[in-house]
Structures are given as C-alpha cells and as structure tokens.
Ligand binder design. Structure first.
Ligand code: NAD
Length: 469
C-alpha cells in the first residue's frame, strides 16, 4: 500500500510501513495489523439555547487482537474520522509497547467544549455513551474509554454512570471506563499518569550518556532547558515533574499565547496567574510571545503537549531543541520529522512517551475488576512484618534506629506508591526495549524502533492465536 495523501492517519501508516520493512511476517499480517477493525460513525441531536444541534461523533476500534480495546475520548471542534483512526492505531502500538493487554481504540466528539455549559456537556457525554452502549462499543471486556483532549474525570464519571444505568447489576460495570474520579472507582495517580510517564521517559533518555554526548548535551535532566506547549492535564504534569527533577522551564505556551524567561518560570505561579487573569500572558518578569513562537525558542527539550500537527515543514527548520518529547499525540508531521532527524534531533515518540496514561488506566481497570484498592490487603501486614524484623535486628546488634528511619523502612505500599512505581518500571523497561532495537538497526530513528517493537508484539499475538501461520 502506498501512502499518497497527507493526513494524520497516513502519517501513522507511513511510520508503520517504515517499521514493517524490518520485520519478516506472514503474508497479510502487516495489513491486518495496520487497518482499523471497526469504525463507528454516528450523529445525535443536542438541545442548546439556540435550538437543536446535530453533533458528529466516532468510536474507532483499531485492533481487536486483544480485548478489551482501549483509548481516550476527545472533545474537539477539529476532530474528524481520520484523526480518530490515527489515534486509535497509535493506541494499539502504545499498549503493545508497555505490555498493556488491550487493543487500541479512540473516540471523538466534534464539539468545542468551551462553548457549552456543564449541563449541556453532561447531556452530550451521556448521549455519546448511550450510543456506544446501543452498538456494543463499550464495556469492561469490550472497549474501555478514558480521558483525552477536552475530557477529564468528570466526563468519565458521567460515562460510568450511564453505562451502569443501562446494565443494572453488572458487577464489573465500573471497569467500562478509566480516568474516573477516586470516589467513582478511579485510582490514585491516574490524573498525573501521562505527564509523569513523559517525565520518566525523558529522564531515561537524558540518563543515556552516550546518546546525550551525540547531541552535544550533558547526561541527566537537571539543568536542561525545557519548553512545554499546552498546560492541560499532560503538559502541566509533565512540566511539574520535569521542574521538580531540576529541569528549567524556559518557555510555556497555551492557546492564548506563550511566555519565556531564560532564568526559568515558576510553574505554580504561572498557573495561579492564568487562573486569576484567564491568560498566561503578562506574567511578571517573562516575555510575551505568540503561541507558535514557543516551538522555536532556544532550549534543550521541547515538549509539545497540546495537539497534533504542531511541528510542520514550515517551522521544523527553526526548531532549536535537541530533544523533542512528544507528550501529545502526533505533534510532529512526518515531513517535519525528516527535517529534524536530518539535523540530528532526538525525537522521543508519542507512541512510547505518553503511554503512562494507558498504563495507569490498565491498573485502574484491574482495580475495578478486583473490587479492591491496591495495597489494601498487604500494607499493614508489610508494616508489621518489617517492624518485627527491625526489632529483631536492633536486639541482636544493640543498635537503635531513629523513629524517622524506622517509619521510612516500615512504610507498606499504598495505592499511590504502587501505581507510581508500576508506572516508573513500565516506562523504564519500555524505553530500554525500544532503545535496544534502535541501536541494533543502524540508521533507524527512535520512532521507527518503537513501531518495530510494537508491531512485532502485535504480530506475535496474532501468530500465537493461530490466525496467521
Ligand atoms: P487537555 O485538554 O487537558 O489539555 C490540552 C491543553 O492544550 C489545553 O490547556 C489547551 O488550551 C492547550 N492548547 C490547545 N491548543 C494549543 C496550542 N495551539 N498551543 C498551546 N496550547 C494549546 O488535554 P490532554 O489530556 O492534556 O491531552 C493533550 C495531548 O496529550 C493530546 O494530544 C492527547 O491526545 C495526548 N494524550 C493525553 C492523555 C491523557 O491521559 N490525557 C494520554 C495520552 C496522550
């Protein structure tokens, strides 16, 4: 199949095909993995003060090689079928990379959520969920949505409630959607998970001395100058964890504009300023810029965390960052990717870097099916056993630990600690798996290496199922 047109899905297909060349797979298997298995396109009416509006919506299940399928729901006036297909395909590869046993899916509702009040948004979300229920496109063992651009915990709670109302008595109903509020079966750490995963991935990249040397950078995240575009769920948390690890935020961008300060921006103060003034602009001590100018600021790491198609052939040559951490999905167009690679820029690809969200969504789904909070059974047991051990050691050595040392050693694992350590381990493991493929195939970039790794895993699944010889 030759890719001709210029869309997000064809960009994903191009990346897929570049990687497919490195794999020897049975005839037809690559095509089976590439295509979207089910595309559900629908419309429904919504009552607003201006009368009835007809809303377009989609749910795409890209690959059902593992069930349930999984992927976020996007509320955006720009969303279209191609975009949802592309995002669903990325989800398949993402899940494979981080060993989350799901196929990929994605949903989209073509609205600008800022134009609706809460009651209208609730009606739209519940109606969208009802349409998915009617057609069998949602369920804990079928297809499990999550938040994405324009949606969050609130929308996920509405979806879970709608699903439960249609499926009374279904004991696993809360596993029909992830990213829910804690009180509705959510899990600690999910809100921050994607941004935290972005941080773990970039930290791992910066810790490879050999790779940093090739970029003319020193090892480690501390002191690296970072620009973040988009201060929503992913961008805000990525910026927060990067800053806490010693990176310097020299630029921040939102849709209303961008601000820069080479001395470093205080993220929390910027967020407070934005809440107070409804804009990040005019932040004391910083220079105001146009949104797009942030992408070409002088920095070491650029983190696009808003939407796709931000770095294009038009601005790629002006990007000064040596590392691009794709926190958003598809922020770098494939022609821009070539320009950047030609200049030796390291792109840590979306398909890996923002997989923290689905990783912790998987933990939430497990929690929902188990009907018990992680750590609940073992926390006190571990604390008591460790306390006994400390007492025995103190008795036999005659030495006594301080209270704070004891408390540190004794702390049994609670849900948040387990989730964060599971996420950290997953992101580190996946990074090295991809890096090994990247180093083994001379001349490939990290994105291609990630696709090779992911496609190979999906292919093995199909082969083991006996679907392909
Ligand atoms: P969000 O809606 O919480 O935040 C997006 C932010 O980007 C908003 O604050 C918005 O105002 C801002 N923005 C929009 N256009 C912009 C522009 N041109 N310049 C600067 N800022 C702009 O969405 P999110 O959940 O943070 O998702 C962001 C990206 O991360 C999307 O590509 C999404 O697919 C991807 N992603 C999200 C998750 C998740 O768990 N939420 C998981 C994986 C990937």
């Amino acid at each position: 199949m030759t890719v001709k047109s210029d869309t997000f899905f064809t960009d994903v297909t191009r990346n897929f095909e570049n990687a497919g060349k490195y794999l020897k797979l049975p005839d037809g298997l690559l095509e089976q993995i590439r295509v979207c298995n089910s595309v559900y396109r629908f419309k429904f009416p919504v009552k607003t003060e201006n009368g009835y509006e007809v809303v377009s919506a989609w749910r795409v299940e890209h690959s059902q090689h593992k069930l349930p399928t999984k992927g976020g729901i996007r509320f955006s006036e720009h969303v279209d079928e191609d975009e949802v297909m592309a995002l669903a395909a990325l989800m398949t590869y993402k899940c494979a990379l981080v060993d989350v046993p799901f196929g990929g899916a994605k949903g989209g509702v073509k609205i600008d959520p800022r134009k609706y009040d809460e009651e209208q948004l609730q009606r739209i979300t519940r109606r969208y969920a009802a349409e998915l229920i009617k057609k069998g496109f949602i369920g804990p063992g079928i297809d499990v949505p999550a938040p994405d651009y324009g949606t969050g915990e609130r929308e996920m709670a509405w979806i879970a409630d709608t699903y439960s109302a249609f499926n009374p008595g279904q004991i696993d109903a809360s596993g029909c959607v992830t990213g829910k509020p804690l009180s509705q079966g959510g899990i600690r750490g999910r809100r921050e998970a994607t941004g935290r995963g972005v941080f773990f991935g970039l930290r791992e990249a910066c810790d490879q001395a050999e790779d940093m040397k090739a970029l003319g950078l020193s090892k480690g995240l501390a002191g690296k100058r970072v620009v973040v575009q988009g201060l929503g769920n992913v961008g805000y948390h990525a910026a927060k964890f990067l800053r806490e690890a010693g990176a310097v935020l020299v630029g921040l961008a939102e849709y209303e504009g961008a601000i820069a300060d080479p001395r470093g921006l205080d993220l929390e103060k910027v967020m407070t300023h934005r809440r107070d003034t409804k804009s990040i602009l005019k932040f004391p001590g910083a220079t105001d810029l146009k949104t797009a100018e942030a992408l070409t600021l002088d920095c070491d790491i650029l983190v696009p965390a808003a939407l796709e198609n931000q770095i294009t052939i038009e601005n790629a040559a002006d990007v000064k960052a040596k590392i691009i951490g794709e926190a958003a999905n598809g922020p770098v167009r494939s022609d821009a990717d070539q320009v950047l690679r030609g200049r030796g820029v390291l792109i840590v690809p979306d398909v890996y870097l923002n997989a923290g969200g689905v990783t912790v969504s998987y933990f939430e789904w497990l929690k929902n099916l188990q009907h018990v909070r992680m750590g609940r059974l073992g926390k006190r047991f571990t604390e008591t056993a460790t306390n006994q051990l400390i007492l025995t050691i103190e008795k036999s050595t005659g030495k006594t630990l301080s209270e704070s040392e004891k408390l540190k050693l004794m702390a049994g694992p609670d849900e948040e600690a387990l989730v964060n350590s599971g996420l950290e381990d997953t992101m580190i493991e996946a990074y090295h798996e991809i890096r090994e493929v990247w180093k083994r195939h001379k001349g490939v970039d990290m994105r291609t290496a990630a696709f090779i790794t992911a496609i190979d895993k999906v292919a093995q699944s199909y082969i083991e199922l006996g679907v392909f010889p």
